[in-house]
Design a protein around this ligand. Structure first.
Ligand SMILES: Nc1ncnc2c1ncn2[C@@H]1O[C@H](COP(=O)(O)OP(=O)(O)OP(=O)(O)O)[C@@H](O)[C@H]1O
Ligand SMILES: [Mg+2]
Length: 336
């Protein structure tokens, strides 16, 4: 097995008496994306700053791109790109000047810096706006410029601290596409996010962090399965049909189906996939029961987050509180 591109063991950090990070272990295989998911104050930025050599941990060790973070910080810095939580572009310069400046600071030489800037502006769809001052950019354009600026030296490892927080969905999707392009070209990405959808979209594996501790790690699918996986839900018009449905569903699992009399819905964990769905459907038809609704409900990352942390993600779903309530209720119904 090749060495992971990012690996951390036992990272801990206190600010004064406050334990911001406690014994965090992480491993990101080369060419993959790890999503570090957690609510405000979880310790995401602290983790990124340690890995990016901007902050010294009280305990633990880490390597990034094969270099020891504590012993070889300069070597690490040569191999990483970092976009911080708050866009670091200079608003008084144009987009092009921002990127060229970084090229010059990296000793590319003026000519090469210009070429690289033009290339990145094109790649991040900023060519038309290249000669406008960055202060006149939209939030999404700034984030793209920031991301482009972090890639001037073609770093093999990229840290993105909440790359899309505060952006609307369209800008967020554009950024996701651009991050995916980087990953496709072989870059390893560690990104922090409060958006479950973002972790789901971008991350091969997700590490959930809360109050400075890692509380779960796995692929998005593994984490969803761990909190209940997919469920088959069948609702009927007539309460008297509910018994037939419940009996049919019971044949799928050792577990008893969950029945909600009010909504005349019965549900069960779905482990048998599509075959199980077909057999239930046939059974109901044979019994003359026509379901009002017949649906597979997938666990969402919201369910995962709620189950693991006991609270829903503050920033999921563009801050639509109704949707969050809905997810919370669904989770409750599911765990009865
Ligand atoms: N320099 C500091 N001095 C004191 N406390 C700090 C400092 N930096 C961070 N903290 C605290 O440490 C905890 C973790 O902070 P961190 O910035 O890593 O969280 P985060 O997960 O990035 O949160 P957010 O989603 O809000 O960015 C928070 O409670 C924060 O208030
Ligand atoms: Mg942060």
């Amino acid at each position: 097995m090749t060495e992971p591109a990012v690996s951390a063991e036992g990272l801990s950090k206190k600010y004064g008496d406050f334990q911001a990070l406690q014994d965090v272990n992480l491993s990101v295989p080369a060419g993959t994306v790890l999503g570090l998911l957690g609510p405000n104050g979880a310790g995401k930025t602290t983790t990124v700053r340690i890995l990016a050599t901007l902050l010294t941990p009280d305990a633990g060790q880490a390597t990034v791109a094969g270099q020891d973070v504590l012993r070889k910080p300069a070597e690490v810095r040569k191999r990483i790109g970092l976009t911080g939580q708050y866009a670091a572009v200079d608003a008084r310069l144009t987009g092009r000047e921002n990127i060229e400046l970084i090229g010059v600071l990296l000793h590319l030489g003026r000519k090469a810096a210009k070429v690289r800037a033009a290339e990145l502006l094109e790649q991040f769809e900023l060519t038309d706006a290249a000669d406008k001052l960055a202060k006149n950019y939209s939030g999404g354009m700034r984030r793209r410029l920031d991301l482009a600026a972090s890639l001037v030296s073609r770093p093999p490892v990229l840290f993105l601290d909440e790359p899309t927080t505060g952006l609307d969905l369209t800008s967020r999707m554009t950024l996701w596409r651009m991050v995916k392009e980087q990953v496709d070209s072989g870059v390893t990405v560690l990104l922090t996010t409060q958006y479950l959808e973002e972790a789901d979209q971008l991350a091969n594996r997700v590490a959930v962090i809360d109050k400075g501790r890692l509380i779960a790690e796995g692929t998005p699918d593994e984490l969803k399965r761990r909190v209940g996986g997919d469920r088959l839900e069948v609702s009927v018009t007539d309460t008297s049909d509910l018994a037939v449905v419940t009996t049919a569903l019971a044949s799928l699992s050792a577990e008893q189906p969950t029945v909600d009399q009010d909504s005349r819905t019965a549900s069960i964990a779905l482990s048998g996939g599509i075959k199980a769905i077909a057999s239930i459907s046939a059974e109901l038809e044979a019994a003359g029961v026509e379901p009002l609704d017949f649906a597979v409900r997938r666990s969402s990352m919201d369910d995962v987050f709620l189950a693991l942390t006991g609270h829903s993600s503050a920033a999921s779903d563009d801050g639509d509180p109704q949707q969050q309530d809905l997810n919370a209720n669904e989770k409750e119904a599911q765990s009865v």
